[in-house]
Design a protein around this ligand. Sequence first.
Ligand code: GLN
Length: 202
Amino acid sequence: MSDTPVIGVLALQGDVREHLVALAAADAVARPVRRPDELAGLDGLVVPGGESTTISKLAVLFGVMDPLRARVRDGMPVYGTCAGMILLADKILDPRSGQETIGGIDMIVRRNAFGRQNESFEAALDVKGVAGDPVEGVFIRAPWVESVGADAEVLAEHDGHIVAVRQGNALATSFHPELTGDHRVHALFVDMVRADRTAESL
Ligand code: GLN
């Protein structure tokens, strides 16, 4: 087994390229994933930002939604940013019609909670597990997390709202570390993937 983890980026819609670049910078082999057979051989998966209803509908259309749910249930490490966070939530407070999630984190998210596209903003965040300076959080029509279950750990808050959560091998952020050139959150995820591989090979 090579030392470098292979991490897919769900490439149906959204900022796929930026995640591929950030993952490569965090020492992973990164590849786009669209079809169910492309899930084979992955050590982890990123669900990008974009539009969560569109990604959800395309995932069903491409036949990848159920296999994805199965892999996540099985413990494959996953990281969702923004729309990706919504897709990893077990429950959406205000889903659009036909909107489904992959699930994996016992949390309830509110879509577009921080306002519209033109109310996008940046904020310095202390993120548990990320050492050093605060992380510059880019929020674009971002969701926040209304509440988390007992097994989910809150990693960051902004203005009293939960914006980063981890539950086991699943990580989610309301913001977009893939857009800033600071790859520490991706490095945190790559570490989760490495730890999972080590645990599996014992
Ligand atoms: N508001 C979008 C949604 O509901 C998410 C925005 C984003 O990913 N930047 O999916």
